[in-house]
Design a binder for this molecule. Structure first.
Ligand code: BG6
Length: 487
C-alpha cells in the first residue's frame, strides 16, 4: 500500500468538477484535509469537465460550496493557498485526445519524480465505462516505476446486475481490483463505521446479536427532500437503485455480518459479501413501492412514470445467526423529516413473572429495543423495563441514552467524504465496495425490480408530501403484528 507520502507528487483528478457533488462534498472534504495537514503541499487537484470556464470561475464555485457547508469558518487564509493548488482543464469525456491533453498537463506537474493519481469519476453513470476505457487507452492506468493510479467510482454502479457486470468487466480490463475504489458514502459515515466498533468492541452485545434474542431488525433512511433538481437522474433510477442496492444493504451487511478476522480490507469485505449472499430475494407480497403525490407533474418526469420515490421490503437472511429474523427496510423522499435509523427489536422475556400481578393499566411490557440513530442527532437509545417507584407493581419502559453531541462536546462529526478521500489517498480500501459485493447486492434487489418494472405489477401506491409514507407500508408490518418503530 503506497499512499500520499510514498510518492513525490499526488494529483486528485476530478472528472465532472463543475457538478454539484464536487462543490458540496469533494472540495470541502479535500479542503478540510488540507487544513488539518493531511494533504501535503505536493498534492493538488485537477478538474476536468466539458464546460468552458476560467480557472477563477471554477475556484469561485468551489469556494462557494465550501462556504455553504461552513467549511471556511476560521480558514479564510488557508483557502487562498489551497485554491492555488486547483487547476482546470476543459475537455470532452468522450474524446481520446482530450485525455492525452489531460495526461500531458498532469506530467508537467509531476516532472520526473514518482507520482500518485486519483481519478475521481463524478460524472453521469452512463459515462463511467467510456471514461475508464479512455483512461486505459491513454495509458493513464499503468503503475510503473513506483507510481500509483487509483480510480474512484461513484454509485450507482450499474443499473442492474447485468449492466454492473458489463461495467465491471470494462473497469477490470483497465485497472486491477486493488486500484478500484467503488464509493458508497454511507459506509464513510462515522455512525455507520461505529456499527462495527459497537458490535466488536463490546462484549455485552455480541452474545445477544442473533436469532435467539433478536426478534426483528428495522433499517430506515427517510428524507424530507424531494427530487427537484435531479429529475433526469432520479426518474431513471428510483429509490431501490438509489438507496437500497447500495446504502441500505451496506448498513444491513454491517449490522448482520459475522465478526471479520481483522479490520483489513479483504477480511471485512469477505464477511460483507458472505452475508449479502445469504439474503433471500424479497417476496413481492412483502414489499411496497410508492410515489409521492405530484411527482409525475415535475418538469422532466416521464408522463405516467412509475418510478418509486419510496419503498419498503422485508428481507430474510438464510444463515444460522439470522434464521427466522425479518429485516424490514424502508426509504423514501419528501417525507415529514430526515432520519436514518437501525432498530434492533429484542424478544420478550421467555416467562413474564410480573405480568400476572399487575392490574391492566400498569401491565405494559415492552421488549428491549436498541435504536441506533445514524443521523441526525446521532446516538443510541437502549430501551428497557423498570419498576415505577412507589408501593405498587407498576412498570414502565425507560431509555438509556448516548448522544454524540453531549459526549463528544464541541467535536463536529466529520462528513463521510473526508474519511473516504483520506482512505483513497492512503490506499486503504476497507470502506469501499468490492466487485463481488456489488454483484451480491444487485442479486438481492434485481428480481423485485424486474417484477415492479413488468406489466404485471400494480402501479405504485401514493403518499402525501410531508407525510410519514404510504399506508401500504404500515399495513405491510401490521399484517405481521408489527409497526415501524421510532429511532
Ligand atoms: C445519495 C442519493 O447517494 O444519498 C440521494 O443519491 C440521497 O438521493 C443521499 O438523498 C442521502 O445521503 P445522506 O448522506 O444525506 O443521507
Amino acid at each position: 500500500m503506497s499512499g500520499t507520502q510514498g510518492v513525490d507528487t499526488t494529483t486528485i483528478v476530478i472528472f465532472g468538477i463543475t457538478g454539484d457533488l464536487s462543490a458540496r462534498k469533494l472540495l470541502p472534504a479535500l479542503f478540510n484535509l488540507a487544513c488539518r495537514g493531511r494533504l501535503p503541499s505536493s498534492t493538488r487537484v485537477v478538474g476536468f469537465a466539458r464546460r468552458d470556464r476560467s480557472i477563477e470561475e471554477v475556484r469561485e464555485v468551489l469556494r462557494d460550496g465550501v462556504v455553504s457547508i461552513g467549511g471556511m469558518d476560521g480558514h479564510q487564509d488557508e483557502w487562498d493557498e489551497f485554491a492555488q493548488r486547483i487547476t482546470y482543464i476543459s475537455g470532452d469525456l468522450t474524446k481520446t485526445d482530450d485525455y492525452r491533453t489531460l495526461d500531458a498537463h498532469l506530467k508537467v506537474f509531476e516532472g520526473s519524480g514518482t507520482s500518485g493519481r486519483v481519478y475521481y469519476l463524478s460524472v453521469a453513470p452512463n459515462l463511467y465505462e467510456r471514461c475508464v476505457n479512455e483512461l486505459g487507452a491513454a495509458g493513464m492506468s499503468e503503475e510503473t516505476g513506483g507510481n500509483w493510479r487509483r480510480v474512484v467510482i461513484e454509485k450507482p454502479f450499474g443499473h442492474d446486475g447485468v449492466s454492473a457486470d458489463v461495467l465491471d468487466h470494462a473497469v477490470q480490463g483497465v485497472f486491477d481490483e486493488q486500484q478500484v475504489y467503488r464509493i458508497d458514502h454511507y459506509v464513510g459515515k462515522e455512525t455507520v463505521q461505529n456499527l462495527l466498533y459497537f458490535r466488536f468492541l463490546n462484549s455485552i452485545f455480541e452474545p445477544v446479536w442473533n436469532r435467539n434474542y433478536v426478534e426483528s431488525v428495522q433499517i430506515s433512511a427517510l428524507e424530507s427532500v424531494g427530487v427537484e433538481g435531479r429529475v433526469d437522474f432520479y426518474d431513471q433510477t428510483g429509490v431501490v437503485r438509489d438507496m437500497f442496492q447500495n446504502h441500505l444493504l451496506q448498513v444491513l451487511a454491517m449490522v448482520a455480518m459475522e465478526p471479520p478476522i481483522s479490520m483489513e480490507a479483504d477480511a471485512l469485505r469477505n464477511e460483507k459479501v458472505k452475508v449479502l449472499q445469504a439474503v433471500r430475494n424479497p417476496d413481492t407480497e412483502h414489499a411496497v413501492r410508492a410515489q409521492y403525490e405530484g411527482y409525475t407533474a415535475l418538469p422532466g418526469v416521464a408522463p405516467g412514470s412509475t418510478t418509486p420515490t419510496y419503498a419498503a421490503m422485508t428481507l430474510r437472511i438464510d444463515n444460522w445467526r439470522w434464521q427466522g429474523v425479518p429485516f424490514f427496510l424502508r426509504s423514501g423522499k419528501a417525507l415529514s423529516a430526515k432520519s436514518t435509523d437501525v432498530v434492533i427489536q429484542f424478544r420478550e422475556p421467555p416467562h413474564l413473572l410480573m405480568r400476572a400481578d399487575q392490574d391492566a393499566e400498569s401491565a405494559v411490557v415492552e421488549p428491549n429495543r436498541l435504536a441506533l440513530r445514524l443521523q441526525p442527532d446521532e446516538g443510541m437509545h437502549l430501551r428497557f423495563m423498570t419498576k415505577v417507584p412507589g408501593g405498587g407493581t407498576a412498570t414502565r419502559p425507560v431509555d438509556m441514552q448516548f448522544h454524540y453531541d453531549d459526549t463528544f462536546e464541541g467535536e463536529a462529526i466529520p462528513d463521510a467524504y473526508i474519511q473516504l478521500l483520506d482512505d483513497v489517498l492512503r490506499g486503504d480500501a476497507s470502506l469501499f465496495t468490492r466487485s463481488d459485493n456489488i454483484h451480491a447486492a444487485w442479486a438481492v434487489v434485481d428480481p423485485l425490480l424486474e417484477y415492479w418494472e413488468s406489466e404485471d405489477a400494480p402501479p405504485p401506491a401514493l403518499y402525501r408530501v410531508g407525510s410519514h409514507g404510504p399506508a401500504e407500508s404500515d399495513a405491510m408490518l401490521a399484517r405481521e403484528g408489527r409497526r415501524w418503530l421510532p429511532g
